[in-house]
Design a protein around this ligand. Structure first.
Ligand code: NAD
Ligand code: MG
Length: 390
């Protein structure tokens, strides 16, 4: 019998996505530990309605107004509050019955609710890495005032786990593992003609479309380097990336004495999700345990950042600081959407990001408004550059 002090009220932002649906599976495994209080989605009324009927939250939000009107019609008489528009994320983030907010929205639309959740003193279980990339300094400032942040991204969950009980001063390096995505080992020439379908076929993880493309370009690892910098207060020079095609070692920490700690499991996001929701407790395993003997060997290698240039662009923006990472992230969101629509080719993604970064003039990250202005500028600059690279 697992000891749980109190059942935790949970808001899930982005409950219809890859992380959101897996989080609800974790809730189903531990109904005595977690109670769903609020769910939000962009516009998927059918799946959200199914989730609402099963998990009985008090609050439901849809960013699309049209979808929210339809949801109100479907849930009429059930006594469930249905909200609409981007502010529904903020309402779910500060819902009085929730102690924990899982932010599983995709893109920097996740930043305002991350800040709101911390501002309301909640535990923020953060899958939305774009919150840290677009607004890391603001998230850290909000954390100084209250709330708690536990990463859900598997690499950061692993580092968080390795750092339990350790002083920051004994950390030499953090080492993020990278599966390398579907194009690991390919040359630039081979990358130029890859299709959307090939880029969406990730070898080890099943995820939403945007992060799957980010994994293929290695921008995902770049975003994770920036995320690690803010989450763990480690300088960029002390953050390394190593290729590890099996995605079993989720990341490592090297300490001053040269020893390393790592966290291992089969690649399945239900574990880092459950860890972020249960911390500091540990609940029963969300899937079959890892059998090392049947895994055979684990391989590590150098990441080819000359071929996959997005990783270096992310280091560059991170080291530049200020709003450069918000600009990098917004340009990447535009470029990935354009690639998915077929208007630019695969290598066009890095070119759009680079052109946008080249045009950016340094500014401090001192407010949410400043982030939003920089993002707006980056989106229109990236849109302009699409024609050049398309
Ligand atoms: P997804 O596309 O599968 O789901 C996104 C969710 O957000 C959906 O519920 C969608 O309705 C909602 N949404 C989309 N646009 C929105 C907007 N503008 N405003 C509000 N809600 C919106 O994405 P995902 O793969 O679940 O990823 C979610 C986040 O978690 C991303 O930041 C991603 O980088 C991160 N992450 C995902 C994985 C994974 O395995 N999927 C692993 C690590 C980190
Ligand atoms: Mg990750």
């Amino acid at each position: 019998m697992i000891e749980v002090e109190n059942s935790r009220g949970l808001s899930i932002l982005g409950s219809t996505g890859s992380i959101g649906t897996q989080a609800l599976e974790v809730v189903s495994l531990h109904p005595e530990c977690l109670q769903v209080m609020a769910l939000t989605a962009n516009r998927n009324v059918d799946l959200l309605e199914e989730q609402v009927r099963k998990y009985q939250p008090q609050f439901v939000g849809l960013v699309s107004v049209e979808a929210a009107v339809e949801m109100k019609r479907r849930l009429a008489g059930l006594g469930i509050q249905v909200a609409e528009g981007p502010d529904c994320l903020l309402e779910a983030a500060v819902h009085p019955s929730s102690q924990v907010v899982l932010n599983a929205v995709v893109g920097s639309a996740g930043l305002p609710p991350s800040l709101a959740a911390l501002g309301a003193g909640k535990r923020l279980a953060l899958a939305n890495k774009e919150s840290m990339v677009a607004g890391g300094e603001l998230v850290l400032k909000a954390l100084e005032q209250g709330g708690e942040l536990i990463p859900v991204d598997s690499e950061h969950g692993a580092i968080f786990h390795c750092l339990r009980g350790e002083e920051k001063s004994v950390v030499e390096k953090v080492i993020l593992t990278a599966s390398g995505g579907p194009f690991y080992g390919r040359s630039r020439k081979e990358l130029s003609g890859v299709t959307v379908e090939q880029a969406l076929a990730h070898p080890t993880w099943s995820m939403g479309r945007k992060i799957t493309i980010d994994s293929a370009t290695l921008m995902n690892k770049g975003l994770e380097v920036i995320e690690a910098h803010y989450l763990f207060g480690v300088a960029y020079e002390r953050i390394e990336v190593v290729a590890h095609p099996q995605s079993v070692v989720h990341s490592l920490v090297e300490f001053k004495d040269g020893s390393m700690s790592a966290q291992l499991s089969l690649p399945d996001m239900r574990l880092p999700i459950a860890l972020a929701l249960s911390y500091p407790e540990r609940w029963g395993p969300p899937f079959k345990k890892t059998d090392l003997a049947s895994l055979g060997s684990l391989d590590f290698g150098k990441v080819d950042s000359d071929t996959f240039r997005c990783l270096e662009l992310a280091y560059r923006a991170g080291k530049e600081g200020g709003l450069a990472t918000a600009v990098l992230n917004a340009a990447n969101e535009v470029a990935v959407a354009a690639f998915l629509e077929g208007s630019i080719d695969f290598l066009g993604i890095e070119r759009v990001v680079e052109i946008t970064l080249d045009r950016y003039e340094p500014q401090p990250m001192d407010s949410l408004q400043a982030v939003m202005r920089a993002e707006e500028w980056a989106r229109s600059t990236a849109e302009d550059s699409l024609r050049k690279v398309g």
